[in-house]
Design a binder for this molecule. Structure first.
Ligand SMILES: *Cc1c(COP(=O)(O)O)cnc(C)c1O
Length: 467
């Protein structure tokens, strides 16, 4: 049935999908058509069950269809699907975001991560009066024109340097540098520092596979941008509220939410001055503080919601207070804010402990199986996110940028992926993506993954020798 549905989809929708990676282009074969999902599992239209290691590419932190989230969204739906006017829930969600990431002193909500990063760079340009944006090869920041150069994710999967339809002049305003290369960053700023509005970076790159920042790389970005009065935009669309309550910044920025669930103190909720002071006190001990953060995925709890947040002085450059225009019919949508708020409220210390533990257990099983078979691989981690690069080159040299990621053996992953799928485990259908677990990935889910591993390891080994 699934194959037939894909044929039908292809007649109606370009490539049969509404986002390219879903088409299984790089691993081959037809995508599974999903009927429903619950907890750690997804079910296809033939009724087959799979342990889900995609987790809707990140949003599913609590597991699919968490009863409390579904209940809150259902209640919200009964009160109306969209108003185009402000609601209390938007302020609540903004406060929940600021409580966990106090450097996001004020928050603007949008519907997709793409809009969040697009708005962040427009805001940076408006605030600094400069044109150039620096991004790193292999970092994905959504599909807006300015950010599609060497962009990882689906472009990496399909081997595309950029996209048709992006003008040369737009591309010329984006400088692309190798990731984890502090010297290249410093040199670029020496040459053109006063023209650069912002450096945008994934807090920990997760769209070329996982490539963690070298120790102090994020701090170096902060130091260099501050020196030239450019802004630092930390894209936490994928890592935010997943790697820790404060995203990846909570891991390498020295900022940790204390008691969970974190709430703003009442005075900070009602007075701008008290809020600013609370935020500044809370970030005083941080190793570095980006100017703007972008969020998505987990923050919407599976609904179309994303956000950007940053220093109040910068955020107030946005309309209607400031001159940088940004808007959205569905921005701050009541169903989306209900899902996001419920998700953040439920994402307590125990949830993060479970996600971390599930990720660690899976990594151990994977390493054991691959080592036992003597297969070459490099397993990279960033907090509870991880991915595997197969092949001799990654195994010998590691993977610390996009060029390294391109050295992996894609046919080994392809074979591994299909054997796992056959064994009832749905991995990301590309070797350039992170593996995701949720708080619902319990022992049962882990046991199913372990049961599927031996065949998958054999398949990867066969693919390694075939060439
Ligand atoms: C997914 C992602 C985006 C884009 O978000 P969409 O909601 O897909 O537009 C931007 N940045 C990063 C780091 C992402 O992982």
């Amino acid at each position: 049935m699934t194959e037939k549905l894909f044929d039908l989809a292809q007649t109606a929708i370009p490539g049969g999908v509404n986002s390219p990676v879903r088409a299984f282009g790089s691993v081959g074969g037809d995508p599974i058509f999903v009927q429903r999902a619950q907890g750690a599992y997804i079910y296809d239209t033939d009724g087959r069950q799979y342990v889900d290691l995609v987790c809707t590419w990140g949003p599913s932190l609590l597991g699919h269809a968490h009863p409390q989230v579904v209940e809150d969204v259902t209640k919200a739906a009964q009160k109306g699907l969209s108003f185009g006017a402000p609601t209390l829930m938007e302020t609540r969600l903004a406060n929940a975001i600021t409580a966990r990431v106090p450097a996001a002193q004020k928050v603007r909500m949008v519907s997709t991560g793409t809009e969040a990063t697009m708005t962040a760079i427009r805001l940076a340009r408006g605030f600094t009066g400069r044109n150039l944006i620096v991004k790193f090869a292999g970092c994905y920041h959504g599909h807006s024109d300015a950010l599609l150069a060497a962009a990882g994710s689906g472009l990496a999967t399909q081997g595309l340097p950029g996209s048709a339809g992006v003008t040369a002049s737009t591309a010329a305003d984006t400088l692309v540098l190798p990731y984890n290369d502090a010297a290249a960053l410093e040199k670029t700023f020496q040459m053109r520092g006063t023209e650069i509005a912002a450096v945008i970076t994934e807090a920990a790159p997760a769209n070329m596979g996982i490539v963690p920042p070298r120790a102090d790389f994020n701090q170096t970005i902060r130091t260099v941008t501050a020196k030239y009065r450019a802004l630092m935009i930390s894209d936490e669309v994928l890592t935010g509220f997943r790697c820790s309550p404060s995203g990846f910044w909570g891991i390498d920025g020295g900022y940790r939410v204390g008691a969970l669930p974190a709430e703003l103190p009442p005075r900070a909720e009602t007075s701008a001055v008290a809020r600013q002071k609370w935020c500044e006190d809370a970030t005083a001990g941080a190793a570095y503080v980006p100017d703007i953060f972008t969020f998505g995925k987990v923050v919407g709890g599976g609904m179309p919601l994303a956000a950007l947040g940053g220093r109040a002085e910068i955020m107030d450059y946005l309309a209607p207070v400031g001159p940088v225009y940004q808007a959205g019919t569905l921005s701050g949508n009541p169903l989306a804010t209900a899902a996001g708020y419920a998700t953040l409220r439920l994402a307590d210390a125990e949830v993060y402990a479970r996600v971390d533990a599930a990720s660690a257990a899976l990594q151990t099983e994977l390493r054991t199986a691959l080592d036992h078979a003597g297969l070459p691989y490099c397993l990279n981690t960033a907090g509870n996110l991880f991915s595997v690069f197969f092949g001799e080159v990654p195994a010998c040299h590691g993977v610390s940028n996009y060029e390294d990621a391109g050295q992996q053996n894609a046919s080994m992953y392809r074979a591994f992926f299909h054997a796992m799928l056959k064994g009832g485990v749905a991995l990301p259908p590309s070797c350039f993506e992170a593996w995701f677990v949720s708080a619902a990935h319990d022992e049962d889910a882990l046991n199913r993954i372990m049961a599927a591993l031996p065949d998958a390891v054999t398949a990867a080994g066969n693919a390694a020798t075939e060439k």
